[in-house]
Design a protein around this ligand. Structure first.
Ligand code: ARG
Length: 244
């Protein structure tokens, strides 16, 4: 009796473990490129190194809805599109604005977040309100971002480009440049942490999308369907409320 119970247990454990490996093994892995320098969208926990943020939670929810296991691949911002094109990952979630220029190289999912650029200055600087006030001035940006695009269009401005977004903000705090152009939610997050900076009214309207290789129409479809599903289920709103 005891022996047969033990045998039964062994058998059940075997079946269970084989079953679960089979499921994990069959699950498609979605490799996701991100530049984890952009709180509250994507950043790393200082102690554990874990990837955190709105985009991180969103892509996990999308993966779950689409039956895929998500693997985050941290990559420098200006290496994201090249990395996607060479196949280092299947898609990019990185607070990436859908732009005409990028659409020439990659496809985007449906928009998942409305965003804008803002001007960050020292908290006690009242001389800069609009983009016009930046004419002839020095402006820090993250290289190759929509903030870089905006800054580059300002007459006579000198654009100082940084690989990491926080370094562009730091430059304003240092007093090395009078202003930085960056995404609103990031400016908001940073000025909560650093009381010596503030930001102004939105100067652009943008939408973030998940970038996917143009020939991977199947994945574009899957991600769009998952977005619809997590919006309908309330999961999207829950994640939004967690971060904003
Ligand atoms: N939204 C801006 C853009 O698309 C900046 C995004 C930067 N993202 C990041 N993870 N550093 O150009």
């Amino acid at each position: 009796m005891k022996k047969s119970t033990a045998m039964l247990l062994v058998c059940m454990t075997l079946i269970l473990s084989i079953g679960s490996t089979a499921i994990v093994g069959a699950k498609q892995v979605l490799k996701v490129g991100t530049s984890a320098d952009f709180p509250p969208f994507e950043f790393q926990d200082e102690k554990t190194g874990a990837y955190l943020g709105f985009d991180v939670d969103l892509i996990h929810a999308i993966g779950k809805a689409a039956g895929m296991e998500v693997k985050i691949v941290n990559t420098a911002w200006d290496g994201l599109i090249p990395g996607l094109l060479t196949g280092n990952f299947d898609c990019i979630i990185s607070a990436m604005t859908i732009t005409e220029e990028r659409l020439k190289a990659v496809a985007f999912s449906d928009p998942y977040f409305s965003a804008s650029q803002v001007i960050v200055t020292k908290a006690d600087d009242s001389s800069i309100q609009t983009a016009d006030d930046l004419k002839g001035k020095m402006i820090s940006v993250q290289i190759g971002t929509t903030g870089d695009l905006e800054a580059s269009e300002i007459e006579g401005a000198t654009v100082k480009r940084f690989n990491l977004a926080p370094d562009a903000i730091q430059e304003v705090r240092n007093g090395s440049v009078p202003a930085c152009i960056i995404d609103l939610a990031v400016a908001e997050e940073m000025s909560k942490e650093y009381k010596d900076i503030k930001f102004g009214e939105p100067i652009t309207t943008e939408n973030y999308g998940i970038a996917i290789r143009k020939n991977n129409t199947e994945l574009v479809e899957k991600i769009n369907q998952a977005l619809v599903a997590i919006k309908a289920s309330g999961e999207y709103d829950k994640i939004y409320a967690d971060w904003f």
